[in-house]
Ligand binder design. Sequence first.
Ligand code: DX5
Ligand code: ZN
Length: 228
Amino acid sequence: MTVRIAPSILSADLAHLMDEVERVLAGGADQIHVDVMDGHFVPNLTWGAPVVAALRRFTDAPLDCHLMVEHPEAYIVPFAEAGATFLTIHVEATPHLERHLAEIRRHGMRPGVALNPATPLTTIEEIVDELDLLLVMTVNPGFGGQPFWDPAIDKVRRARALLEQRDSRACLEVDGGVTRETIHHLAAAGADTFVSGTAIFTAADPSAEVRELRRLAEAGAGGRTVTR
Ligand code: DX5
Ligand code: ZN
């Protein structure tokens, strides 16, 4: 299993965003996680496609865009034009998941689906084959720095089993409260892509923190019997 570390710029110093991104990429970050919040789907407001376009002008790194918005279909074309790599939408945000995932792929991006803590895995069983990424939220979305939701470990284990059963190559991503304390357990449960905001950007040395999180995740993943 390949471990991917995805620093979330939600916790970065926005006055020096590109410097912050450069630091985590220097530490070996695999992709940059961009949290898009609309003040409706979640009670917080961040940024949209122009920030993705600015990041794309700065780096070739994959941009892992997490849409916490209502009407996610309205953002597909702007994010494609801005240079998003992954576009992840929430299952709770739309009744037309399959249609929007197909449209994301048609626009050259890699489709992902996110599940809030209270949303069961059964909601995505029918569309597993359409996914390049499955995001199991490990906090309720909306803010950085929240405490980790412990039952997520078992949900990640069941999500990995579902992906294996369907022979899916989708990334299994976790987001929220991913720290030195939790990452090992998440990797052992089968997660392979780790979003982390506060832990990385409040560290004295964000580059070193990326390396340390990777080391701990690889150790956790090493405890798994099935690898891919
Ligand atoms: C939460 C966001 C996360 C957030 C994680 O709604 O989706 O990506 O930045 O932040 P930490 O790592 O601080 O929990
Ligand atoms: Zn996120």
